[in-house]
Unconditional design. Structure first.
Length: 150
């Protein structure tokens, strides 16, 4: 689950599906905790009347609840801290399927990013190549899965 953080900026080699999806689960849990912290310690509200006037448009004269600022601040810090490890594990996952890491750019190209996201999702779900490929040895070869959770 934390192996991608240990391999912080390692864009070489390969990552198993388990490593990728466990790190994805870690991301979901961390973002959920950040949201819960903002809701508990900030004046967070899901009520649209807190932000909109009677006509349903955003009312700039009203102050936004402090929870939104806390949420944006905490999430920004987290996103900056994990940007490189997320990118690195995505590239290594693509390497495991014998694809170049440049495929990650599909998710940032305007207009086709929706299709690109689906293509990448399929690639991330595919089983890696068995044996050695141009990006290195098969990470499944020794079946030592305990390393993913360290």
């Amino acid at each position: 689950m934390f192996l991608p953080l240990k391999r912080y900026a390692d864009f070489s080699g390969r990552s198993r599906r388990r490593e990728y999806w466990m790190f994805f689960l870690f991301q979901v849990i961390a973002i959920t905790l950040i949201t819960m912290i903002a809701m508990v310690f900030g004046d967070f509200s899901f009520d649209p009347s807190d932000y909109l006037d009677a006509s349903g448009t955003f009312d700039a004269s009203r102050d936004l609840p402090s929870g939104i600022g806390l949420l944006v601040g905490l999430f920004s810090i987290y996103a900056l801290a994990t940007f490189i490890p997320v990118l690195a594990v995505q590239v290594r996952r693509l390497h495991d399927t014998d694809r170049s890491g440049w495929w990650v750019l599909l998710s940032v190209i305007p207009v086709i990013n929706y299709i690109g996201f689906l293509v990448l999702l399929v690639f991330y779900c595919l089983e890696g190549n068995k044996g050695k490929n141009r990006f290195g040895e098969d990470p499944k070869r020794d079946q030592n899965t305990h390393e993913v959770f360290e």
